[in-house]
Write a protein that binds this ligand. Structure first.
Ligand code: NAD
Length: 281
């Protein structure tokens, strides 16, 4: 039976360490702040934003949630970001995605100054990751790597297969694993014979968005399987991996809920604290 990559336990440990760092900053007279911008009424986004606020509260981070109506214009949103860029109380700015269709997401993300881009989505931070320079790394991939390292999963020289090529999960986790000297394959919706790839994987990351997409016959014995998916089925949240049948053959596996999602929020907090520490210097 696989070792559980327990996001709850790992995130709790991470939060303990961050609490001490926030305290240390406060003792030096430096406050830590995160601004979260939510446009529209998307129900999943409302939950995510609430959870981010709670995590800030737990650490003693000042958090401001700015809720804007669905009808917000590009100019209004960019003017708000401009204001937050200049707000010295705010070390991080997060615009909750997805934005309503009439807004230009890429332009909005570019508007956030890279130092405050705690989501790591600014083109400068994405570029730094791709060129091996230090920058802000996106929270979900950063959380996945933290999980694998904390559990002591061997990475160097191993075959890693990522299913999904999004800018927020698939591509950046592939880059992080490459930087750890894995041999990385990125699979996607047009990949032929997906199983042939996944069955070779020592590390398999599923970021597809389809419930129970990864079945036991697709997994190599002893593999580390990381489930990024968040799918709602009959009111329950399930991942992309058929946990029940994959767990008995995998070496390591992350559950949903209680896996990657917990780490994502933890890493958002870490990126915010790191931004404040840079400011303090
Ligand atoms: P996305 O829709 O942008 O990307 C999905 C990817 O899956 C695409 O690149 C697509 O090519 C690939 N895909 C689709 N069908 C496929 C198939 N049949 N075979 C192989 N590949 C296929 O999604 P995303 O934003 O990367 O998110 C993926 C999942 O992860 C979603 O369920 C999302 O909710 C979840 N997610 C979770 C967290 C977290 O913190 N746990 C964070 C971000 C996203």
């Amino acid at each position: 039976m696989a070792v559980l990559l327990d996001g709850k336990v790992m995130a709790a440990e991470l939060m303990e360490g961050l609490k001490a760092r926030v305290e240390a900053l406060k003792n030096k007279g430096v406050s830590v702040g995160l601004a979260v911008v939510l446009v529209g009424e998307d129900p999943a986004s409302q939950v995510y934003v609430r959870n981010k606020g709670k995590a800030c509260e737990e650490l003693g981070i000042l958090s401001e949630t700015i809720r804007l109506p669905e009808s917000t214009t590009q100019e209004e949103l960019e003017a708000l970001i401009d204001r937050l860029n200049h707000d010295h109380r705010m070390d991080g700015i997060l615009v909750q995605l997805p934005l309503p269709k009439h807004l230009d997401e890429a332009a909005v993300l570019r508007k956030i100054i890279p130092e405050k881009d705690v989501d790591g989505f600014h083109i400068e931070n994405a570029g730094k990751l791709f060129t091996g320079q230090e920058g802000v790394v996106a929270c979900t991939p950063k959380g996945i790597l933290h999980m694998l390292k904390t559990a002591g999963v061997p990475l160097s020289g191993k075959d890693a297969v990522v299913i999904g090529r999004s800018n927020i999960v698939g591509k950046p986790i592939a880059m992080l694993l490459l930087n750890e000297n894995c041999t990385v394959t990125i699979c996607h919706s047009r990949t032929k014979d997906l199983s042939a790839h996944t069955k070779r994987a020592d590390i398999l990351v599923a970021a597809v968005g389809k419930a129970k997409f990864v079945t036991a016959d697709m997994v190599k014995e002893g593999a580390a399987v990381v489930d990024v998916g968040i799918n709602r089925v009959d009111g329950k949240v399930v991942g992309d991996v058929d946990f029940e049948n994959v767990a008995p053959i995998a070496g390591y596996i992350s559950p949903v809920p209680g896996g990657v999602g917990k780490m994502t929020i933890g890493m958002l907090m870490e990126n915010t604290v790191e931004a404040a520490e840079r400011k303090a210097k």
